[in-house]
Design a protein around this ligand. Structure first.
Ligand SMILES: Nc1nc2c(ncn2[C@@H]2O[C@H](COP(=O)(O)OP(=O)(O)OP(=O)(O)O)[C@@H](O)[C@H]2O)c(=O)[nH]1
Ligand SMILES: [Mg+2]
Length: 468
C-alpha cells in the first residue's frame, strides 16, 4: 500500500496581502521544511514561530523570502500529521514561488479540502466538525458563524454520540438474545426495557429533526421570495431591501425576466431575498420561462412577500388567490402604491388578507414627488423581520442540524427505529429487531462519518477551498 503523500497549498486567499501562508502536511513535512528553510535550528522547536529565510531546494544560495516558520509535529496539528506553515510576504507571485519550492522539495499540491479531509480520516474531527470548518469559511452572517462554531466544538457530534450509545446498547441486548436463545439458560429480551430505550431514541431524534428548518435558515438565510403581478413594485422593494439598485425598475410591466437573489440583513436577520418576474399569462417564451421560475422560487420560499398594487383596476382572480394560498411558505401581504388612487375593490382586499394570519402592510415606495424612497419604510421592515425571526427560533432546545445530508440520515434512522419498535411490540423475532437497529446505527453513524463512502466524502470536501 502506498503511504500518504505530503501535501502542500497556499492557505491564504489569492491576491495581495500583508502575509501569506503556505502549509504542508504529511510524513515528509520535516525533511521538506529543512530543505526549504536550511537555517532552522536542530532540533526543531515545535509550536513556535521561527524567523528564518526560505530558499528553493535546488538553489540554496538564492534567497526566496524572509519567513516565519511553524513546525507542528504529529499528532498535535490540524491534520494530526506532521505539519509546517510558512508565513511569507503576501502577494501572488511570492506565494507561488514558496509553494513551488515546497513542492520541488517533495510535496504534492493539495486538493480542495484535503487538509480537513486528512484531519477527519485521522480522527481529529468528526464529519459534522469537518463540515463546520467549511461553514465557518463560508459564513456570511453572525448567526451562521455562531452555529458553525458550535458544530466545530462538537455539539452535534455529542448529541449523535448519545443517540448512538442508546442504539448500541439496544442492538447488543437484542443480538445477545439471539445468540443465547438456544442455550440452556435462555437469555430473555426485556421487551419493556427495550421499548423504553427506543422511545428515548425516537424522542431525541425527532426533536433534532424538528430543528432542521431553523438550522437551515440560520445557515443559509431565510428564503424570502417577492411575488406579485408585473409592475406591482417588487423590484423597487427588492432594491430598497438590498440597499442598492440591484434590479432594473421601469414602468413597463414585465421588466424583471429572471429571478435575482441577494443575501441581506434586515434588523440583524439574514434573509436570502429573491426578486421574481411578475406573474401573468406570459406574452412570449422568455417571459413564460421567467414566470415558471417565479413559481418554482415561490414553492421553495420560507416567506412570500406578496406585493399587490392597490391602484390596479383588476382584482386578483380566483386562480391567483388559489395559487398564493397553496404556497407552503408564510405569507406577508404588501399593499403597495398607497400614494395612488385605490382601484382594487375592498372585497378583493378582504379575500387577500384572509389568506394570512399576519397583518397586511400598506405602503408606498415612492415619495410624493415621484422619486423612489431611499430606505425601506420601517413598518415593512418590522413586519418582515418579525416573521423571519419567529422562524429562526428552534422549536426545541438542543443541537441543531443544518444540512440536507443530516436530515436524510436522521429520517432514515427514525424510520428504522420505528420499525424496530413495532417489531418489539408485536413480539417479532429478535433477528428482525436487530436488523433494523443496525440500520438505525448506520444511519446515525453516517452523520458523524463513522460510515461513509468515498463519494460522500468527495462531495463534502470538494466544497472546501484549497489550503483548508
Ligand atoms: N406610484 C407608485 N409607483 C411605484 C411604487 N412602487 C413602485 N412604483 C413604480 O412602479 C413601476 C414598476 O416598479 P417595479 O419595481 O419595476 O415593479 P415590478 O413588480 O418589479 O415589475 P416587473 O418586474 O415587471 O414584474 C416603476 O415605475 C416604479 O417606480 C409606489 O409605491 N407608488
Ligand atoms: Mg421587477
Amino acid at each position: 500500500m502506498v503511504g500518504p503523500t505530503t501535501i502542500a497549498a497556499i492557505a491564504t486567499p489569492p491576491g495581495q496581502g500583508g502575509v501569506g501562508i503556505v502549509r504542508a502536511s504529511g510524513p515528509d513535512a520535516r525533511s521538506i521544511l529543512r530543505a526549504v528553510c536550511p537555517d532552522l535550528p536542530h532540533p526543531l522547536p515545535a509550536h513556535r514561530l521561527l524567523l528564518t529565510h526560505a530558499v528553493h531546494p535546488k538553489r540554496p544560495d538564492a534567497h526566496l523570502d524572509e519567513v516565519l516558520a511553524a513546525w507542528m509535529p504529529a499528532p498535535r496539528s490540524y491534520t494530526a500529521e506532521d505539519v509546517f506553515e510558512l508565513q511569507g510576504h503576501g502577494g501572488a507571485i511570492n506565494m507561488r514561488r514558496l509553494l513551488t519550492a515546497v513542492c520541488d522539495a517533495g510535496a504534492t499540491p493539495a486538493a480542495p479540502g484535503e487538509f480537513t479531509q486528512r484531519a477527519f480520516l485521522n480522527g481529529r474531527l468528526d464529519l459534522t466538525q469537518a463540515e463546520a470548518v467549511a461553514d465557518i469559511i463560508h459564513a456570511s452572517t453572525e448567526a451562521a458563524l455562531a452555529l458553525a462554531q458550535d458544530h466545530l466544538s462538537g455539539s452535534l457530534g455529542h448529541t449523535i454520540a448519545a443517540l448512538q450509545e442508546e442504539l448500541t446498547i439496544a442492538t447488543t441486548l437484542t443480538e445477545a438474545a439471539i445468540d443465547f436463545s438456544t442455550e440452556e439458560h435462555v437469555y430473555q429480551l426485556d421487551a419493556d426495557a427495550l421499548l423504553g430505550r427506543l422511545d428515548r431514541v425516537l424522542t431525541r431524534s425527532r426533536r433534532l429533526l424538528g430543528n432542521f428548518d431553523a438550522g437551515r435558515q440560520l445557515r443559509d438565510g431565510v428564503r424570502v421570495v417577492i411575488l406579485g403581478r408585473p409592475n406591482a413594485g417588487k423590484s423597487t422593494l427588492f432594491n430598497l431591501l438590498c440597499g442598492q439598485p440591484r434590479a432594473i425598475v421601469t414602468d413597463t410591466p414585465g421588466t424583471t425576466r429572471d429571478y435575482l437573489e441577494e443575501l441581506v440583513l434586515v434588523q440583524g436577520v439574514a434573509l436570502r431575498l429573491i426578486d421574481t418576474a411578475g406573474l401573468r399569462d406570459a406574452l412570449d417564451q422568455v417571459e413564460a420561462i421567467g414566470v415558471e421560475r417565479s413559481r418554482a422560487q415561490a414553492a421553495r420560499a420560507d416567506i412570500v412577500l406578496w406585493v399587490v398594487d392597490l391602484s390596479d383596476p383588476l382584482d386578483p382572480t380566483e386562480d391567483e388567490l388559489q395559487a398564493i394560498a397553496g404556497l407552503p411558505g408564510e405569507l406577508l401581504l404588501v399593499l403597495n402604491k398607497a400614494d395612488q388612487e385605490q382601484r382594487l375593490s375592498p372585497a378583493a382586499l378582504d379575500l387577500a388578507a384572509a389568506l394570512t394570519p399576519h397583518a397586511a402592510v400598506t405602503t408606498s415606495l415612492v415619495r410624493p414627488d415621484g422619486q423612489t424612497l431611499t430606505a425601506t419604510p420601517e413598518p415593512l421592515l418590522d413586519a418582515i423581520a418579525n416573521v423571519a425571526r419567529a422562524r429562526l427560533r428552534p422549536p426545541e432546545e438542543g443541537a441543531i442540524i443544518t444540512r440536507q445530508r443530516h436530515r436524510a440520515a436522521l429520517m432514515e434512522a427514525i424510520e428504522a427505529t420505528e420499525r424496530a419498535y413495532r417489531a418489539t411490540e408485536d413480539g417479532m423475532s429478535h433477528e428482525f429487531i436487530a436488523l433494523d437497529l443496525r440500520l438505525a446505527l448506520e444511519a446515525t453513524g453516517a452523520i458523524v462519518g463513522r460510515v461513509t463512502t468515498d463519494m460522500l466524502l468527495n462531495r463534502i470536501f470538494s466544497e472546501f477551498c484549497v489550503g483548508k
